[in-house]
Design a protein around this ligand. Sequence first.
Ligand code: URA
Length: 312
Amino acid sequence: MSDDYRQLLDATIQHLEGLQARGVRHVAVSPESLRALALPARPVAVNAKTQMQPVMGTSVSDPARSSFFKRAGSETGAPVLTPKAAAALPAVAVVPSPAILNSRSASEKSAAFAALRERALACVKCPNLASSRKHVVFGVGNIEAQLMFVGEAPGADEDEQGEPFVGAAGQLLTKIISATGLSRADVYIANILKCRPDMPPGSSGNRKPEPAEMQTCIPYLHEQIDLIKPKVLVALGGTAMEGLLNKTGITKLRGQWHEYRGIPLMPTYHPAYLLRNQAMSEKRRVWEDMLAVMEKLGLPISEKQQNFFLKT
Ligand code: URA
């Protein structure tokens, strides 16, 4: 071991001991430092007796057991740490900084989400829906969203484009989201059913999903929610409320907080209902539900927003 390295090691040990004496048990390491530490150092002479070199990211409290140490093959040219020096290291764990932990979990999350999406896109559990659909409409938006909307099922426009809420009801939903100060890109939008409910040949319009179809498809939504972990869920309409809460009666239950697996859930009217019933009172009801959602999320609410759809 070179003198320079020995000095550096002593200084590091001293610094860590100082931290330990002050009660510090973990050291945050910046992404840059971790990257730099992961690079092989300039080759140094290997002490034949030591045969040990450090490995980042694990506790160093017990050199005998710790995976901080591994046998030095020396092919990496990494600095060599003697057992004596290792034993002198204080019991301070070297852990990646929160930035590293977050970025790792974010990439794991997006990989898990992509895998879930692949499974859903290939799903043929409902043969009638699989053969009639143009697209599986998995969901859209930000998988880090704090707010997630759940609708019923794709309609013809959504089936055509492969994205939820892009038809007339979807455009109204987009306006509602904008009125809160958020955008579609800030939230996540999905449906109970990922395929458009098939219609008898020659008939137009939409049909409500069958209970069996909902039961078959809902595990995908459960997994989406489990991965996204939104702070608040909004169930759009009776079918979404039924799928998530197993409760019926949207007129009575909307406007009150419910819980889906510990996540606050606000049921509100489906935007398609607002298109059918243009009464100001109904728009205000939905808006009051959204105000409650905004409050729950700690979003700022202006006086103007407070008064939307109030008769003057
Ligand atoms: N209605 C829904 O419930 N979901 C959609 O994606 C579109 C319309």
